[in-house]
Ligand binder design. Structure first.
Ligand code: FES
Length: 220
């Protein structure tokens, strides 16, 4: 017959309290790491994860040409995906693909076809325009390879944007337009002229503002 030893009630109580405190501390640490790692994206910002910044050169993001500098002469109404390429601390080229939210969509339309609410001052001659490629609904990449010329249709839930009109939402569930990135021409290259004009990321507005400030401070 199994015999159970009688426990000292005081020892049992103390063990229970210690275990409870240990669990509470562990949960607290895990929660803190979670908060720092997700709610505040600035916490782990490195140059490869920085958003596009002024002076970055746009390079191809498609697998077959990844890293090649995009030439103005290559652009058309057919969407081209791009990464921003900046510099590391030693001055070497560094593609900012550490954050998948940095993928960009580039178009060139005949003069006069790009209209408000696109910010024309942030385009090249009113003909070449760049947007975030990350859907504002649930963060999918909008530009799959089946896009018809001049159209942006998100493959996840059929969100649709109009790249000639500031990438406003023209169908599906996205809550807001894709963010426009100001660009300018440098010879046959395209160069970033400043931060996204709107918050392109799945962050709050205050987190986006904090991220811009962190980037400015690091690059100063
Ligand atoms: S993620 Fe694009 S429509 Fe849902």
């Amino acid at each position: 017959m199994t015999r159970y030893r009688k426990q000292d009630p005081e020892i049992t109580r103390r063990r229970f309290i210690n275990a409870a405190m240990g669990t509470t501390a562990t949960v607290g640490i895990v929660s803190l790491v979670g908060v720092l790692g997700t709610a505040n994206p600035v916490f782990r910002l490195t140059r490869d994860k920085m958003p596009p910044v002024e002076g970055d050169v746009l390079v191809h993001a498609s697998a077959s040409k990844e890293g090649e500098v995009i030439k103005v002469s290559e652009l058309s109404e057919q969407l081209i995906r791009a990464w921003p390429m900046g510099k590391d601390k030693e001055g070497n080229n560094l593609i900012r693909k550490g954050d998948p939210n940095n993928v960009l969509a580039l178009y060139r339309f005949p003069k006069g076809q790009i209209v408000a609410p696109t910010n024309l001052d942030a385009t090249v001659d009113g003909e070449i325009v760049a947007y975030s490629d990350i859907c504002t609904h649930a963060g999918c990449s909008v530009s799959d390879d089946d896009q018809q010329e001049g159209q942006m249709k998100c493959p996840c839930h059929s969100g649709q944007y109009d790249p000639k009109r500031g990438c406003v939402v023209v169908g599906g569930p996205p809550p807001r337009p894709l963010a426009q990135l100001p660009i300018k021409q440098d010879g046959d290259k395209l160069v970033v002229a400043g931060f996204f004009l709107e918050n392109p990321y799945p962050f709050t507005e205050s987190e986006w503002e904090a991220r811009k400030e962190a980037v400015k401070a690091q690059l100063a």
